[in-house]
Design a protein around this ligand. Sequence first.
Ligand code: CMP
Length: 471
Amino acid sequence: MVAVTFIIAALLLLNFLEPSLRDYFFGVTDTKMKQTAANSFDQVVKLSRVLLMMILVIVIVRALMNAVFAPLFRASTGYEASSIIRNAFSIVLYVIFFVFIFKNQFPDVDLGAVFTTSAIFGVIIGLALQDTLGNLFAGISLQADKPFQVGDVVNIPSKGTGIVESVTWRGVKIRTFTNRILLISNTSLGKEAIEVAPKNNLNARIVFFNTLYTDSPAKTLHIVREAVREADNVSQKIAPIVRVRDLAASGIDWEVKYWLVDYSKYNDTDALIRQRIWYAFKRAGITFAFPTQTLHIAPRTKIETHQDDTTLIERLSNVEIFAPLNEDEVSRLASTSELRVFAPGEAVIKAGDQGSSMFVINRGRVRVQISDNGKPRTVATLNEGDFFGEMALFTGEPRSANVVAAEETEVLEIGHQAMKQLFDTNPDLVEALSNEVAERRAGLKKEESKETVEDESEGLFKTVKRFFGLH
Ligand code: CMP
């Protein structure tokens, strides 16, 4: 404001003083010499006017750039206008105003001719400024391409990583994560492969970790996803993805991929996530395998069973169809059955397969599914204490449906031989199971009358007895 007032005052003073000065020095232009001097005085005054007006234009254009152009540019693109754009825009305005002011003061001078005669100087200056001009044009092409903007995180392998602070005529200014300034000329930047994480983009990171083989993958996956999802600066738009990368020497290698709200803070967020995983593991009793190597001297190859036989006996004695069995029979059944663990979504039984065992759910949940026009349709969901797979076991027919683990599920597998021993001593069991199988078969069909279920149960009873060689 002060500058504008000062220049306007100078212009007014010049206009005011010009006639008096002219009169004083060249009042009477009687000689040719005086005439020439008077003309030169006029030219100097006009040039001074052009100069003052151009200074005024520069001050006003700069003020407009900051007050109008920059906010408009930010509002429409979401980015700060780089100095190349600001300068290019300002120069266009300066040239327009210069031509206008110059023509106003020197109507007779041909500006085109002035620029043509100065072309030779242009070549000389061009050669002298070869590097600077190279940077300038590289900068212009960078602006046209727009590979990155102010505020983006860029990684230039040979130089480093940081946040773009400005893009100028000469080069790019990057603030590294150690708060140093990296200045790279536009020409050398044009030759580099640059990795850009745009500011307004959902950029992802991957954090690695490791667990012991004894820890359940389904549980780890769930715990890590929840722990990461709740950390600061993790975007809520996409849920973190947790994956097993490798079954490595010292344990299971994992990765968690998450998306950041503000990518420039990825170092802090990675660190926070590692910390959250540590605490979540501590609460859940999961153990990191990294960086130690865990040596197991294992008596058995099975890793899934942590339970003693008493828990299994209790589980089996609570299964309705095994209610008629005495304690000895239940404990024999428990000792001859095998514990198996299935991942969420994994098939325990596939429709059409042959099968000679049935299962009791010890922990978890399964879905019984049949194919309905090529799509899986769930006919029943079975929970802890329920059994399945008895149809094929009792009749020798192929498996009637798919049975899929709905979550991490532990089942007790009971084989043909164990069942045969039970049938020999508990003839009632055959009838109870035949009824159950008939009911379930009815559930697989669309409509079934009560009579048909009873008939079927009767038929099944005979089939099972025959299949197991019972009298
Ligand atoms: P199986 O035929 O050996 O294999 C698929 C199993 O799904 C089947 O034994 C039953 O245990 C179970 N199944 C089939 N139909 C039903 C149903 N309607 N309700 C509950 N379980 C079922």
